[in-house]
Design a protein around this ligand. Structure first.
Ligand code: HEC
Length: 157
């Protein structure tokens, strides 16, 4: 009985170790072509660009609440950068990114921020949030609805 149990354990261990546990996923890839393919895959597409945009939009919102306009301006520019990088990875998102945000609402928001008039800034903020959502509808992800955040995600003020 003991021998049977031991044998089962031994066979189990053999199977458990039959796959590679190396974490050298890139260095273990032989050709340069394959390495670049793997890196490209890890960079992901427009989704991760949008995760960054969402994260920064949270900070942008609270920066407006705090009237920390230099921080809001900083986050707005990084949102632009994240979208441009996202377009490089997924060019089919270019047209709507440009027409619904980068060439339009991004600029309006930027100009309004520079004037530091909080009433106008909040009006423009609402339009900015709308343009995020208009693009989500245009890009067939209407279920991704941007709302005013409740909590800060960053320990900055
Ligand atoms: C090109 C038009 C476009 C614009 C402009 C846009 N989005 Fe998106 N967003 C998308 C698309 C497309 C997805 C889904 C990505 C995918 O499936 O690869 C998305 C997804 C998201 C997600 C979900 C990310 C995830 O995977 O969890 C968030 C958050 C988001 N957007 C926030 C925003 C905010 C905030 C703005 C405005 C500042 C904005 N988006 C502007 C197209 C856009």
């Amino acid at each position: 009985m003991r021998i049977v149990l031991l044998s089962i354990l031994f066979i189990g261990t053999l199977f458990a170790n039959s796959y590679s546990t190396s974490s050298e996923w890139l260095m273990d890839t032989n050709s340069t072509q394959e390495k670049f393919k793997k890196i490209q895959k890890q960079f992901r597409g427009f989704d991760l660009a949008m995760v960054e945009v969402g994260f920064r939009f949270n900070s942008f919102y609270f920066a407006l609440k705090d009237k920390n306009y230099p921080l809001a301006n900083y986050q707005l520019d990084k949102i632009k950068k994240a979208i441009i990088n996202g377009i490089e990875r997924r060019p089919k998102r270019k047209h709507n990114s440009n027409t619904l945000f980068l060439d339009t609402q991004y600029k309006n928001m930027k100009d309004t921020l520079a004037k530091k008039d909080s009433k106008k800034i909040w009006q423009e903020y609402n339009k900015t949030k709308q343009s995020c959502n208009i693009c989500h509808v245009a890009e067939n992800v209407p279920f991704i609805n941007v709302v005013n955040p409740k909590y800060r995600w960053q320990p900055i003020k």
